[in-house]
Design a protein around this ligand. Sequence first.
Ligand code: NAD
Ligand code: UFG
Length: 336
Amino acid sequence: MKVLVTGGAGYIGSHTCVRLIENGHEIAVLDNLSNSNEKALQRVKSITGADFKFYKADLLDKEALNSVFSNERYDAVIHFAGLKAVGESVEIPLKYYANNVSGTINLCEAMKNNNVKKLVFSSSATVYGNPKSLPITEDFPVGATNPYGQTKLMIEYILKDLYLSDNSWDIALLRYFNPIGAHPSGLIGEDPRGIPNNLLPYISQVAVGRLPYLNVYGNDYDTPDGSGVRDYIHVIDLADGHIKAIDKLNANPGLVTYNLGTGNGFSVFEMIRAYEKASKRKIEYKIMPRRQGDIAACYANTDKAKNELGFQTLYGIDDMCESSWKWQEMNPNGYK
Ligand code: NAD
Ligand code: UFG
């Protein structure tokens, strides 16, 4: 299939581009590089030996979007492009709503005008808010606690309404848990701008000496060791979930929703120990108050993705930390 990947220069997008090509798909990438570097795409090309088109374009620019669609014919779109920093979304909500929600509406309009009706959307476990119990199944109540999460939820509703209005669309809403790790080559990985918000990029910058210590946000949660528990999934496994979703869309399923996680929860302290083992470096840390808006624990029930997509994760925590460390050690300043 020929797949247009929006946000393909970003962290999850670049890994998914590699796996799409390795699975025999043709790709084109659309990205405005607002949170990424074109070098990631050069490295996707060197890992796969494949060439593909890159459109430096913004989803808010309807004209640019239309020319991307009129230039080539796509069978499907995987839509990663979006802003994703929770804290920033609280400070500049309008930018988040405009970029994520309006950007997605523009994309769907361009798809509709060009009769491309297969779409995979990057949703998030954040749509479950503070879950009533664990593990989380796809039919849990949803409710976001910050503007970023609201954009994901709004887009889910918009795509559901779009499908109700025209059931010739096939749409997969993929709710990611916590993607970490990097390609085993060490050539592509997560390259956050500024101080990282997320645990793993923060730990890896402490390991490589860019940051002095990790702030552990709370050791008094109702979890086995008091620190927050999350479902970390290797970015390559997550990328493969998109290949499975593309296969599913070919079977004309309508609108489908899947959790993409491993089903296992790991605490902040367990992640520190796993990263120390992978990097052979000591991770200094300080216990800090809880971070506002954080929940104690979150992990997926993975049965639906397993049964309906045949999705099964292959990599464990050690692989995730080792590949993350390889990327960090080979690229101490990211793509710069
Ligand atoms: P990322 O920031 O690395 O990638 C997103 C890409 O989208 C970037 O390359 C950015 O330049 C591009 N982009 C943003 N706005 C754009 C616009 N208006 N037009 C064109 N390009 C635009 O983020 P990621 O971690 O790879 O996340 C990909 C998707 O998955 C996002 O939608 C994110 O919300 C979602 N997600 C991520 C996580 C996570 O923890 N990383 C968890 C759940 C969901
Ligand atoms: N944590 C720390 N110190 C840090 C960063 C995080 O102790 O410097 C802790 C958090 O308190 C939490 C755990 O590490 O217990 C994981 O935190 P992350 O920020 O890495 O991940 P979150 O689960 O909070 O959120 C992430 C994304 C969201 C997404 C969600 C579910 O940031 O956008 O996963 O996919 F919605």
